[in-house]
Each structure stands twice: as structure tokens, then as C-alpha cells.
Design a protein around this ligand. Structure first.
Ligand code: COA
Length: 382
């Protein structure tokens, strides 16, 4: 396999973007990635998208994107793995370059969620229709069950969950593209509206429009496009049961552990080598589970990490420095690519007031459903 580098990035603002359509968002992010690398051609395109068909009535996204980029004729493929669609699109692009088949490959991700669709219903299509949706369960409801299981097993409290959200908003306040740039207090979180007990509104990621893109090429050609390429050291993906009912232990996200282990093995690094991470905090409990599953802390210790500043900027392992899904926003198909954009900025030392000093190795973890799919990438500044 060839070594692969990220040579360009592009991202839109995240939020309720009534003025921009699905195609506007994707084109803006993709052109950003191409322009930043000074590239005007591509060998292949992957677009991560969960459900443009249900959100805005548009399927067959990949050729639409190629056409609107002015690159009609280029092979283009849409990748779907619920909220992990972006991360899986990145993995597909990585594999295509690593295999030697193509040199310049774009991985984009996009979702337009605020266009009038029944968002909760559309998102629920990523869970088990027969075993979960039929009985009325929603995603906040599923992650509430994960939270309950974690509380039972490890003594995690509602306050522990709340510190994760306080940290997310503190980080989001520094991110010019974030949906929420306001600070929130512990009390704000703990008195916000109950959505699915024990998860309150401020434990939840919001409903977001947005897009992101990264441009990849073989590492040996990267210097043709940028002085600061970022190498993809490892890529690991895994699946688990679609329904939470069938999960061996809902308190532990086994899919994150497995995808992380595969990425660590490929990269030849351990959790101790990771200096900055973006993980899938669709709900505060998911971030706590990820700390444990990725080996940043011991099992059962995830609940203390945000409160104790371990995962804060300046802490041992800063996590979700972008604001994460909670504050930056979660346009589901774009999230995995947006995580990569954040890490590339960090590893190039271009993150301004959000910069993790001296960061050279970073990890992105992107999850689908209630933990049925997960993909982890490990990056290194070169
Ligand atoms: N965090 C912070 N503020 C939020 C928020 C969130 N998650 N969701 C909404 N808000 C804010 C809105 O900006 C709005 O503020 P404003 O009055 O200043 O404009 C206000 O709260 C009301 O927004 P509204 O859209 O009416 O909220 P809602 O009750 O319809 O939705 C949730 C709130 C939490 C139910 C919704 O954000 C949600 O479903 N989140 C989960 C999404 C999800 O499941 N994603 C997939 C994960 S696997």
C-alpha cells in the first residue's frame, strides 16, 4: 500500500443555513479543499451523506456533486453509514489512493437537515426498524439507555455528563464555524429541558446543516500541493449489532474499541501517543464511552475526565477541541470529514486560539447509529 496524505481541506459554517442548499454546501466545501491545495482536477470523488433522500428529497448525490464542481465525467460515489458516512467516505478515498488506483481523490461529507423534514424520524431510520423504531424509540432514547447502563455499571452521574457539554461549548466558542459559540454553565445543562431521561437538551448534539471536504494524494506527491501535508497513519473500521437490544453490554461501545484497535495497529501507535482527538459526541454519554473504548482512560474512569480537565485544551488529551458534535454541530454525513479538517488544522499548527501546543499525532472517531458502525483515522503532521 502507498502512504497517503491530506493536502487540502474545506469546510462551511455549521448551523441552520436557510440560505444555502445541499449542493451549495457541498460545492463550497469541496472547492475549499481543491483551492487550498491549488488543484483543479480530480481522479475520483466520495461523498458521505446519510439521508439526503429523506431530508431534502435528493438521491443520486455523487454525480450531482461532480457536475456542480465542474468535474462531470470524474467517477463519484456516495457512501452511507448513518452518522459515520463521512468517516467511511474518508476511508474509501484513503483506500483508493493507498491501493495505487488513483492519485487525487476528494472525500466530502454533507447533510442538509433543516429543510422541514421530520428529523427525528429520518435519523431513526439508522436504528433497527423492527426491534426499535416500531416501538417508538428515537436516538435520544437509545443513547439514554446507553447512559443508564453506564450509570449502573460505573456510577456515572448526570453531573458527569454535564461537564462534557460545558467543555464542548467552551471549545465551540473559539470555533468561528461552530453552530453554538456561547458558553454554558453546569447549571444551564442540568436545568435544560429533559429530552430522554437522563439526557437533557444540552446533553444532545443539535440539528445542523453543513459540509466539509478533504483532498488526498500519495504522500510522495504531497509537496507538489502543500508545504504542510498531513499523513494518514491508520484507518480502522468495525461494525456491531444494529439494535441495542442485541448488544452484549450497552455501557461499552465495543465497535469503538474494535475500530480504534485496528487503527492503532495499522498506525503503529498506542493511545498514549495521541495528542489531540475528535470523537463522536452525538450525546454527552457517547464521548465518555469513547474516552474508555479508545484507551484514553481506564474503563469506568471516563466520567471524571471532562470535569477534571483531562480532555480540555491544556489537559493530557484534548478531545473535541472544535466544540465536537455538541457545539460545533452535527450535520450527520459531514461530521466524519469535519473531524478530519479539525485535526489537519491542529497538526499543521494552524488552529489559532484552539491550538494544542506541539500536536503531531491526532485521532478522529466517527460513529453510526447507537454504535453499530465506527471508523477511526489516525493522522500525523509531517
Ligand atoms: N443544544 C443547544 N441548543 C439547542 C439544541 C442543542 N442540542 N437544540 C436546540 N437548541 C436551541 C435552538 O438553537 C433554539 O434556540 P433559540 O430559541 O435561541 O433559537 C432552541 O434551543 C429551541 O430549538 P428547537 O429546534 O425548537 O429545539 P427542539 O426541541 O426541536 O430540538 C433536540 C432539541 C435536542 C430534541 C434536537 O436538537 C435533537 O433532536 N437533537 C439530537 C439530534 C440527533 O439525534 N442526532 C443524531 C445523533 S445519533
Amino acid at each position: 500500500m502507498r502512504e497517503v496524505a491530506v493536502i487540502g481541506t474545506g469546510i462551511t459554517r455549521f448551523g441552520e443555513l436557510w440560505e444555502a442548499s445541499l449542493r451549495d454546501l457541498c460545492v463550497e466545501a469541496a472547492l475549499g479543499a481543491l483551492t487550498s491545495a491549488g488543484a483543479d482536477t480530480l481522479d475520483s470523488i466520495y461523498v458521505g451523506n446519510m439521508s439526503a433522500g429523506l431530508f431534502v428529497g435528493q438521491e443520486h448525490l455523487a454525480p450531482l456533486m461532480a457536475d456542480y464542481l465542474g468535474l462531470g465525467g470524474v467517477p463519484a460515489t456516495r457512501v452511507e453509514s448513518a452518522c459515520a458516512s463521512g468517516g467511511m467516505a474518508l476511508r474509501s478515498a484513503f483506500l483508493e489512493v493507498a491501493s495505487g488506483m488513483s492519485d487525487l481523490v476528494l472525500a466530502a461529507g454533507v447533510e442538509k437537515m433543516n429543510d422541514g423534514a421530520d428529523v427525528t424520524g429520518v435519523l431513526a431510520t439508522a436504528s433497527d426498524q423492527e426491534l426499535e423504531v416500531y416501538y417508538g424509540v428515537t436516538f435520544p432514547g437509545l443513547y439514554a439507555m446507553v447512559a443508564r447502563a453506564h450509570m449502573e455499571k460505573y456510577g456515572t452521574t448526570e453531573e458527569d455528563l454535564s461537564w462534557v457539554s460545558v467543555k464542548a461549548h467552551r471549545n465551540g466558542a473559539r470555533n468561528p464555524n461552530a453552530q453554538f459559540r456561547r458558553l454554558i454553565s453546569l447549571e444551564d445543562v442540568m436545568t435544560s429541558t429533559m429530552v430522554a431521561e437522563p439526557l437533557r437538551m444540552l446533553h444532545c448534539s443539535p440539528v445542523t446543516d453543513g459540509a466539509a471536504a478533504v483532498l488526498l494524494c500519495p504522500l510522495e506527491r504531497a509537496k507538489e500541493f502543500t508545504d504542510r501535508p498531513v499523513k494518514i497513519l491508520g484507518s480502522g473500521a468495525a461494525t456491531s449489532t444494529l439494535s441495542l437490544t442485541h448488544r452484549k453490554d450497552p455501557a461499552d461501545l465495543d465497535v469503538v474499541e474494535l475500530s480504534g484497535r485496528r487503527a492503532y495497529e495499522m498506525a503503529g501507535v498506542t493511545p498514549d501517543d495521541i495528542q489531540v482527538a475528535e470523537v463522536h459526541d452525538c450525546f454527552a454519554i457517547a464521548e465518555i464511552c469513547c474516552y474508555e473504548a479508545l484507551g484514553f482512560v481506564e474503563p469506568g474512569k471516563g466520567k471524571d475526565a471532562a470535569r477534571d480537565g483531562v480532555t480540555d485544551l491544556g489537559g493530557k488529551i484534548p478531545v473535541n477541541i472544535s466544540g465536537g458534535l455538541k457545539a460545533k454541530g452535527h450535520p450527520v454525513g459531514a461530521t466524519g470529514i469535519a473531524q478530519a479538517v479539525t485535526l489537519v488544522e491542529q497538526l499543521r499548527g494552524e488552529a489559532g486560539e484552539s491550538q494544542v501546543e506541539g500536536a503531531r499525532i491526532g485521532l478522529a472517531q466517527n460513529m453510526g447509529g447507537s454504535g453499530a458502525s465506527s471508523v477511526v483515522h489516525i493522522f500525523q503532521g509531517v
